[in-house]
Design a protein around this ligand. Structure first.
Ligand SMILES: [Zn+2]
Length: 399
């Protein structure tokens, strides 16, 4: 299959140009100006073409909680948000502690055929907090393990998991939260566990990825350990950048103070934040009313980040592309996130000038849980292309 995209403002992490991109057999095969091919052509005049986004932190709730989301609805939501690869968390039912669950997820995702999936395996078996012997049986398709939503409280179990991960070249993705403190102070709970996990990474030499960093202190610890050469990457979620604690909405970690938001934006500008990841956590209205933490975020991520970081805070679009596409692709070790010959033809067309209102009724996700319904933002996803095939097209554009 071939596809030619013409006359776009082409932007990726290393720069921008005005021109065309040609995809053949799923792979970017030519880039330049005035390309002419006898194949399906999109006239992208007035639009910006970027590598599609890669989301390192996603809950599709499948198997087990498919009333909140399933792999099909989640995939549709992802491509509507401009994402073509997702890293799925293990807090399903059953918990993803075996290759059986991994294979179920991967087969279902490939049947739906909209996004590539990496499925995370739990750090401890069935999140029991202690047992890690299941990690011995995994094949090398597993690149990341995580206890997201929980973290591992038992220090020795975490240390052993990191030692094994170092041997097997796995990344340990850390949701940092000391549960004995959560009831009293969610800020100290995040900070103290961030520090423990960083120290364990330093001791073991294991690669870690700190999920949804939300406080000044946690970010400072990460900067310190990065500067010491510890193999740590980190992510920030769009809602921790777009919202401050004047908005009451339950997410974990919580929405923080404006000074935290400003510090995180500075950390992004200075290159300390590797990745924007959504922590897309769909819930039903009822579960949300009963206090379930989380936000349905995969369909609004680009617009929130473009509006907040690029339009309001002067970040370059190339830098945003780096943290939404290139860096997460590198962490997952896939050939995406760059518009260059030989890379996957996974692209997104966006209208940067389009101001629009977020409307949860248009969400493809089953989760309509967001405090951002009605919010005006810039940067609308017009088309999402995966391997040269259109996997999403906004009905509001006729191109
Ligand atoms: Zn988490």
């Amino acid at each position: 299959m071939e596809l030619l995209i013409k006359s776009a403002n082409v932007v990726d992490w290393c720069g921008s140009y005005f021109g065309d991109v040609y995809i053949n057999d799923g792979i970017i095969s030519e880039v330049g100006k005035n390309l002419n091919k006898d194949c399906k052509t999109i006239d992208a005049k007035g639009l910006t073409l970027m590598p599609s986004f890669v989301d390192l932190h996603v809950h599709f709730r499948d198997p087990g909680f498919t009333y909140k989301e399933d792999i099909e609805s989640g995939s549709k939501a992802a491509v509507r948000g401009g994402f073509t690869m997702v890293n799925l968390m293990a807090n399903t039912n059953p918990v993803c502690s075996s290759m059986d669950v991994v294979n179920y997820v991967k087969e279902k995702a490939s049947k739906v055929g909209l996004v590539d999936v990496h499925q995370v395996l739990s750090i401890t078996r069935n999140f029991d907090g202690k047992e890690i012997s299941h990690l011995e049986d995994i094949d090398n398709s597993i690149k990341i393990i995580s206890e997201d939503g929980k973290d591992v409280m038992d220090g020795n179990a975490m240390l052993e998991a990191m030692k094994l991960s170092k041997q097997k070249d796995l990344i340990v993705m850390c949701h940092c939260e000391e549960h004995s403190l959560s009831k009293y102070d969610m800020r100290i709970a995040e900070n103290i566990m961030t520090l423990r996990n960083l120290e364990f990474a330093k001791i073991t030499g294991c690669k870690i990825h700190i999920a949804h960093v939300s406080t000044i202190e946690a970010m400072r610890y990460i900067i310190r350990y990065k500067n010491e050469g510890v193999k740590v990457t980190c992510e920030v979620a769009p809602h921790h950048l777009f919202l401050n604690d004047s908005v009451k909405y339950r997410v974990n970690p919580p929405i923080r103070k404006e000074e935290d938001v400003l510090f995180l934006i500075e950390a992004i500008k200075k290159g300390y934040v590797d990745v924007i990841a959504t922590d897309h956590a769909p819930h039903t209205e009822e579960d949300k009313e009963n206090g379930a933490p989380g936000i349905s975020g995969i369909e609004t991520a680009f617009s929130l980040c473009y509006t907040k970081l690029v339009k309001e805070n002067g970040l370059s679009l190339s830098k945003l592309s780096e943290i939404m596409s290139k860096n997460p692709s590198e962490i997952l070790d896939v050939k995406k996130g760059t518009i260059e010959i030989g890379y996957d033809g996974d692209l997104v067309l966006v209208d940067l000038n389009k101001k629009y209102e977020i409307n949860v009724d248009e969400f493809k996700s089953k989760g309509k849980n967001t405090p951002l319904n009605g919010q005006h933002v810039y940067g609308k996803v017009v088309k999402t292309i995966k391997g040269g095939k259109e996997v999403y097209s906004s009905s509001k554009y006729n191109i």
